[in-house]
Design a protein around this ligand. Sequence first.
Ligand SMILES: C[S@@+](CC[C@H](N)C(=O)[O-])C[C@H]1O[C@@H](n2cnc3c(N)ncnc32)[C@H](O)[C@@H]1O
Length: 304
Amino acid sequence: MMEGFRHRPVLPDEVLHLLNPQKGEVYVDCTLGEAGHAAEVGRRLGPTGTVIGIDRDPEALASAGRRLEDAFAGEGPRLHLIRANFTALADVLTRFSVAAVNRILFDLGVSSRHLDDASRGFTYNETEAPLDMRMDPDQELTAETIVNEYSEQALTGIIRRYGEERWASRIALFIVQARDRAPLRTTGQLVKVIEAAIPASARRTGPHPARRTFQSLRVAVNDELDPLERTFRTAVDWLAPTGRIAIISFHSLEDRIAKHTFRALNQEGKVIILTKRPVEASQTEIQNNPRSRSAKLRVAEKAS
Ligand SMILES: C[S@@+](CC[C@H](N)C(=O)[O-])C[C@H]1O[C@@H](n2cnc3c(N)ncnc32)[C@H](O)[C@@H]1O
């Protein structure tokens, strides 16, 4: 990893091997992050290739720009880095007059930059962070709004659906009782409420008791699941024949959507699935980059 970049790309060799980018091709990175994957794919494309990088976080884009400059020093592929939600993929490609794409990557979720920056409120390990959790800092909706303003029923639904948390209704009830006393403003305050809601016996085993609730709020704040199937379908529509799409997911809800969308597209005759089972990180990678533990990579090729 280059110094100064916090995010290590997961499954880097597997992505390169399965995406199989070639000289002169067009690559779209829908979740550019710190351009770890884009730098490697871009190297394969060479100066006649094109990299279109999309991210909704302006800090990620700035960081990606620096990394790609370091990596290519003006000798690499054409670069277009765009701040956008990947749900606007078709608009972005139309704006750059792209006729078809050869390789496309979705490396979903947040980056290490998001998790490491306490002020963004993504982590339950930080006590004094604001309840923010926005990937796009210009978006209005924050976790604080959801926690303090949504009904108990809506909170239960979010925590159950996006966190798969069995204590969802108790956590929602405890949140509503706590906020009636005083609004919840920090991650630490929320963690305390969640811990109080989950019975001690259930808290003793498994991951951090706040993990599922934090995941659910993050998914709701950033609308991380609902647009996925539609966006994967748009991506496949833009692929050239034999072009490839790779999706890396980090929790079962995302992976389920990737799996089902690929299956449906396969049945419709639009893609061939190249990964019968999702590809996972090796023990060595997990040791070097613990974030890769939950990564699952699925790749499909556009039917010719
Ligand atoms: C896991 S990181 C990608 C890391 C990248 N592959 C690398 O190697 O550095 C995911 C990135 O996607 C961005 N992102 C997530 N959902 C997005 C969306 N709907 N539209 C645009 N960007 C999104 C996040 O802001 C984050 O920077």
